[in-house]
Design a binder for this molecule. Structure first.
Ligand code: MCN
Ligand code: CUM
Length: 805
C-alpha cells in the first residue's frame, strides 16, 4: 500500500484517531515497572519528613516536647506550629475560602491531624523519632454528628469565634460554615402544599474515601544557589499548586517548578493542598536539602480528602398519575474540622443543584448547610464531579420512594418524567442549562437489554416462592438514570482561588511529521497520552503513534487548571482540537502554496490537503510539516505550532442508564450481583476501550461505596476504618461482570462533541446498587435504609422486617 492507492478508510485507520480502541501507550511502562512515581524520585542528600499526628479528635495541645526526638541520630529538625508561625505558614488557606492549620496551633480538631513534622535522614529514623515527640493533650468534648454540632455549646473553631460572616455568607452558629440556596423556596413550598402526593425521606450518603493505590506525597527541593524550588508531587492540578505555593510562600512564581510525575490513581484525593506539602517546602528551605514526604495508608484514610457525608432531606411532589411537580431538598453537609472542599469558588456545595436529575421538574428548591465537626477535612473527592454523586443518589432514591408512594413501577415513573429530547437545551429549575440529551432512547435500550419485563415477572415468582417457604433469596432490580454535569467550566461561573477554569493545549509539529503536545491537565491513570493524541491524529492527520503527549510539568506545559471533575476531555480536549485546527489552517495555506492553487481550492482529506476535483494532486500533512521548516510561503513565519486556551461556553451533560440485578440472602445478608448493565452517553467517543475501562473502574468503586466502604467514626471521634483490614476495597474476587453499552448524543458546543465520562460510572453506579437492595425488600415494606449495604446492615433490614421468623 502507498499513499496514492490507499483508500481514505485505510488512511484513517492508520492514524488511530478518534473512535479507535487504540491500546494505551502508557501501559508499556506501567506493566514493566518503569513508571516514575513520587516515591521513585531520589535526589542527592534527600531527607524524609514524617508527621506526629493527634490521637484525639478534639483536644487542646498544651505542650510539645521535641528533645527526645531531636536527640535521635539522623534527625535534622522537628517543626511545630511555633516554628511556622514567624513565616505565617502555621495556617494555610483552603480552596473553599476557609483556612486550615498546617500544624496544630493550640488545639486539634480531628483524629490524625498534623501536630509536628520530623525531618530525618530516612523514613525509618523519621518514623521512630516521631514516636518520641511528647505531646501533652487536654481532651475536649467531641462532636461527630453535624446535627448535634449545630446545637452544641462546644466551639470547634475558636479562631473564628465571633465571626458571623464566612466565605459564603452569614454563619448561623459557631459550628456553622455556610448556607447555600438555589431555586425558588416559596414556589416550591406552594407546590408541595397543593400536590396530590408528596413523598418525604432522609437520604444519607455516608462518608467514604477515594483511597488511591498510591497515597499522597511530594518531594520539595530548594536550590539555594539558583533560588529555584522544584516540587514533585501527586498533584491533580500542578499549575494551581504552583500559584498557591507562590502566594503562600512569597516565592516568585517563575522560581517554582511543579512536576506531577506518574500518578497512581487520584480520584479527587490529590486535588487539595495538604500540610505535607507546606511542611516539606519549609523543611527544604530551612535545611537546604530535598525533603520527601509520602503518606502511609492509615494517614491517607484518616487525614486527606474524604468524600460525601451528606444528609439530604427530600420532599418530592407529584400528581396522582406520577407527573412530578416539585422537588425540595435540605442538605446538612458534614465538612469536618476545616472547610477544605475543592469546589469552584462560587459553589460551596459543588454542583449539588443538579439534583433535579434527568427529570423535567418545573419547581425546585435546594438549601445546603455546611457544618464543622471533629472529623477530617476535605469533602470533594472520589469520582464525584463536585457533589454530582450525592445529587444523583438523592434524586434516584427520591424517585424510588415516590414510586412506592404512588404504587407505580419505578421505570415507568422515570419515563414519564424524563426531559424530552425536544426540550434541549433545557433550563433546569435549579439554574443549569443542560446542553443535550436523549434520555428516552437510552432508557428503552437499557430496559430492553436486560429484559426488564422478564425480570419483573421473575421477581414476582420469587416473592411467591419466598412467601411459600421455597427460597430464602430475594431478587432486586436497581434502576438508575443519571445526568452528569462536567467540564468546569465557563470562566464566568467557575474559578478556583480566582483562577478561571479554562484549559490548554500546545502542539508542536516536528519537521519530519511527528509532534509533541502539552496540556494543562494531568493523567492519574485515565490514559491521556493515548486519547489526546487520538484527537490530534483525527484533526491534523498525523498518526497518533507519532504524537508524544506531555502533562504535569509547569515549566513546559501551558497553564491549565488540571484533571478532576471529568473536565479534561470537555475542556482540555476542546483546547486540543482547537490548537490542532490552528495548525491545520496554516497547513492549508502551505499546501495551497505548494500546489500552486488558491487556499480555497484545496480540501482536507483525512491526512492531506488535495486539490478540489483533482484528488491525485495533494500534499500530505507530513510533507507540509517539512515544508513549514524550509520553504514555507514567503513572508509567512516558519514552523508549525499552535496553542489554545479554551474557555468552554457551557458544561457538558453526559448521562446514562444503569441497571443492577442482585440476589440477596435474607438469613446472612449476603448479596450477589447477577447482572450489571451500564449504558453511557458521553457524546463523541474518543477511545471506546478507555471509556469501557473508565466505566469498569468507576462501577467497581460504586460497588465498594454502596455495598461496604465507609469512613466510620465512634463517638470519641476515633476512625474505625483506618486500614484496609476494615475499609472495603474490592478486588477481582468481589467484582462482578459488567455489560457496557452506549448511545451517542454529541455535545453541541464542544468542538468534537465529546463529553466527560470519568465520573459517570460512580454517579450512576451507587444508586443502581443501592436501589437494587431497596427494590429487593420493597415488597416487604422497606422504603429507605442507609448505605453502605454491608451484610450486617442487610441482615438488619431483613430482621427489622420480621423475615427471620
Ligand atoms: N474519553 C473518551 N471519550 C469521551 C470522554 C472521555 O475517550 N467522550 C477518555 C478521555 O480522553 C480520557 C478518559 O476517557 O482518557 C477520561 O476522560 P474524562 O472523562 O475527560 O476525565 P478526566 O480525564 O478529566 O479524568 C478525571 C476523572 C475523575 S474526576 C476521576 S475522580 C477519576 C476518573 O477520571 N479518577 C481516575 N477516572 C480515573 N481513572 C483512573 N485510572 N485513575 C483515576 O485517578
Ligand atoms: Cu470529584 S473526584 Mo475527580 O473530580 O478528581
Amino acid at each position: 500500500m502507498n499513499e496514492q492507492t490507499m483508500t481514505p478508510g485505510e488512511r484513517a485507520a492508520n492514524l488511530k484517531g478518534m473512535g479507535s480502541s487504540r491500546k494505551r501507550v502508557e501501559d508499556v511502562r506501567f506493566t514493566q515497572g518503569k513508571g516514575n512515581y513520587v516515591d521513585d524520585i531520589k535526589l542527592d542528600g534527600m531527607l524524609f519528613g514524617a508527621f506526629v499526628r493527634s490521637p484525639y479528635a478534639h483536644a487542646r495541645v498544651v505542650n510539645v516536647n521535641k528533645e527526645a526526638a531531636l536527640a535521635v541520630p539522623g534527625v535534622v529538625a522537628v517543626l511545630t506550629a511555633e516554628d511556622l508561625a514567624p513565616l505565617g505558614l502555621h495556617w494555610m488557606p483552603t480552596l473553599a475560602g476557609d483556612k486550615q492549620m498546617v500544624l496544630a496551633d493550640g488545639k486539634v480538631l480531628f483524629q490524625g491531624q498534623e501536630v509536628a513534622y520530623v525531618v530525618a535522614e530516612n523514613r525509618y529514623i523519621a518514623a521512630d523519632a516521631a514516636e518520641l515527640v511528647e505531646v501533652d493533650y487536654e481532651e475536649l468534648p467531641v462532636l461527630t454528628d453535624p446535627f448535634e454540632a449545630l446545637k452544641s455549646d462546644v466551639v470547634l473553631r475558636e479562631d473564628l469565634a465571633g465571626q458571623t460572616e464566612g466565605a459564603h455568607g452569614p454563619r448561623k452558629h459557631h459550628n456553622h460554615i455556610f448556607t447555600w440556596e438555589q431555586g425558588d423556596k416559596d414556589a416550591t413550598e406552594a407546590v408541595l402544599g397543593e400536590a396530590d402526593v408528596v413523598a418525604e425521606e432522609m437520604v444519607y450518603y455516608h462518608r467514604t474515601h477515594p483511597c488511591p493505590l498510591e497515597t499522597c506525597g511530594c518531594v520539595a527541593s530548594m536550590d539555594k544557589v539558583t533560588g529555584k524550588l522544584t516540587l514533585y508531587g501527586t498533584f491533580q492540578a500542578p499549575h494551581a499548586i504552583r500559584t498557591v505555593v507562590s502566594l503562600i510562600s512569597g516565592l516568585a512564581e517563575h522560581n517554582i517548578r511543579v512536576i506531577s510525575p506518574d500518578i497512581g490513581g487520584g480520584f479527587g484525593n490529590k486535588v487539595g493542598a495538604y500540610a505535607g506539602y507546606v511542611c516539606s517546602v519549609v523543611a527544604s528551605i530551612v535545611t537546604g536539602q530535598p525533603v520527601k514526604w509520602v503518606e502511609n495508608r492509615m494517614e491517607n484514610l484518616m487525614s486527606t480528602a474524604f468524600a460525601r457525608d451528606y444528609w439530604m432531606q427530600g420532599k418530592i411532589a407529584a400528581t396522582k398519575d406520577g407527573k412530578i411537580t416539585g422537588l425540595w431538598c435540605h442538605t446538612t453537609a458534614d465538612h469536618g474540622g476545616f472547610d477544605a472542599c475543592a469546589d469552584p469558588t462560587k459553589f460551596p456545595a459543588g454542583f449539588m443543584n443538579i439534583c433535579t436529575g434527568s427529570y423535567d421538574i418545573p419547581t425546585a428548591y435546594l438549601a445546603v448547610d455546611g457544618v464543622y465537626t471533629n472529623k477530617a477535612p476535605g469533602g470533594v473527592a472520589y469520582r464525584c464531579s463536585f457533589r454530582v454523586t450525592e445529587a444523583a443518589y438523592f434524586i434516584e432514591r427520591m424517585i424510588e420512594v415516590l414510586a412506592i408512594k404512588l404504587n407505580m413501577d419505578a421505570a415507568e415513573l422515570r419515563r414519564i418524567n424524563f426531559i424530552r429530547k425536544d426540550q434541549f437545551p433545557y433550563q433546569s429549575a435549579l439554574g443549569w442549562e443542560y446542553d443535550s440529551g436523549d434520555y428516552h432512547t437510552a432508557w428503552d435500550k437499557a430496559l430492553k437489554a436486560v429484559d426488564y419485563e422478564g425480570l419483573r415477572a421473575e421477581q414476582a415468582q420469587r416473592i411467591e416462592d419466598f412467601k411459600a417457604g421455597r427460597t430464602r433469596k430475594l431478587l432486586g432490580v436497581g434502576l438508575t438514570h443519571f445526568t452528569e454535569i462536567v467540564g468546569a467550566g465557563p470562566v464566568k461561573n467557575c474559578d478556583i482561588l480566582g483562577l478561571g477554569m479554562f484549559d490548554s493545549c500546545e502542539i508542536r509539529i516536528h519537521p519530519t511529521g511527528s509532534a509533541i503536545a502539552r496540556l494543562g491537565t494531568i493523567s492519574q491513570g485515565q490514559g491521556h497520552a493515548t486519547t489526546f493524541a487520538q484527537i490530534i491524529a483525527s484533526e491534523i492527520g498525523l498518526p497518533a503513534d507519532d504524537i508524544t503527549l506531555e502533562e504535569g510539568d509547569t515549566d513546559t506545559a501551558p497553564y491549565g487548571l488540571g484533571t478532576y471533575g471529568s473536565r479534561s476531555t470537555p475542556v482540555a480536549g476542546a483546547a486540543t482540537a482547537m490548537a490542532a485546527r490552528k495548525i491545520r489552517a496554516k497547513a492549508q495555506m502551505i499546501a495551497a502554496y505548494l500546489l500552486e492553487v488558491h487556499d480555497d481550492d484545496v480540501e482536507w482529506d483525512v491526512d492531506r490537503f488535495s486539490v478540489k476535483g483533482a484528488p491525485e494532486r495533494f500534499k500530505t500533512m507530513k510533507e507540509i510539516a517539512f515544508a513549514a521548516y524550509n520553504q514555507a510561503i514567503p513572508g509567512l513565519e516558519p514552523g508549525l505550532e499552535a496553542v489554545s486556551y479554551y474557555d468552554p461556553p457551557n458544561m457538558t451533560y453526559p448521562f446514562g442508564a444503569y441497571i443492577c440485578v442482585m440476589e440477596i440472602d435474607v438469613d446472612t445478608g449476603e448479596w450477589e450481583v447477577r447482572q450489571f448493565y451500564a449504558l453511557d452517553d458521553c457524546g463523541t467517543r474518543i477511545n471506546p476501550m478507555i471509556i469501557e475501562g473508565q466505566v469498569h473502574g468507576g462501577v467497581t468503586e460504586a460497588l465498594a461505596i454502596a455495598m461496604g466502604q465507609e469512613i466510620a467514626y465512634d463517638e470519641m471521634g476515633n476512625v474505625k476504618t483506618g486500614t484496609l483490614m476494615d475499609f472495603f476495597l474490592p478486588t477481582a474476587w468481589e467484582t462482578p461482570n459488567y455489560t457496557t453499552d452506549h448511545t451517542v448524543t454529541p455535545s453541541p458546543h464542544h468542538p468534537i462533541g465529546a463529553k466527560g465520562v470519568g465520573e459517570s460510572p460512580n454517579v450512576g453506579g451507587v444508586p443502581a446498587f443501592s436501589n437494587a437492595v431497596h427494590d429487593a425488600f420493597r415488597p416487604f415494606g422497606l422504603v429507605q435504609s442507609h448505605m453502605p449495604h454491608d451484610h450486617w446492615r442487610i441482615w438488619k433490614i431483613a430482621n427489622g422486617l420480621g423475615m427471620h421468623g
